[in-house]
Design a binder for this molecule. Sequence first.
Ligand SMILES: O=C[C@H](O)COP(=O)(O)O
Length: 213
Amino acid sequence: MFVLVNLKAYDCDAVAIAEAAAEVATDADARIAVAPQAVDLAAVAETGVETFAQHVSPNGHGSHTGSTLADAVAQYADGTLLNHSERRLRLADIDASIEAAHDAGLETVVCANNPEQIAAVTALGPDAVAVEPPELIGTGVSVASADPDIVEGAVAAAGDVDPSVDVFCGAGISTGDDVLAARDLDARGVLLASGVAKADDPRAALEALVAGL
Ligand SMILES: O=C[C@H](O)COP(=O)(O)O
């Protein structure tokens, strides 16, 4: 399983969480990656943890104010999220961002709301897709228990388009049981945020997430 921890814009210590994630990953039967804000990519990568950006822009160098270039991100990160529910892109921009990320050597995880959108973004050739019902994000109510049909539907939809694309699920994942439930639905990973970023003890939260794997 892949445990991808998105720190969003939470008021947390990205480096401390990354250090904990790197150590927990050493003994876990799982990949653990941390996706900090862009300004923290270098410091997080320095801890040795797998590092993901939260977004990269579809454009390359040029007259594009406010861009987060894939080439720049790739100096530090291993991969990137794209089209997160809180950072939606037009279909053409998802396509271009995937191409920019892959050209820069970044792994891509593209988010989508439902199985229909999962099918569409799978066709664009990412490394993985992540289904997240927006209404469950940040609730602590796991998609794997509250809406298992959407996970199974996403796995089927992606498999019909390109079986080589991994399917993750996210929204409300915060416990080891949530991770096991996601695995039982044939998700190959989980995308989570508040369960770690807002935890009183992020290291303990990470240990609990992977303990049953
Ligand atoms: O990127 C993470 C997802 O939006 C899930 O967030 P959450 O774990 O706080 O529900």
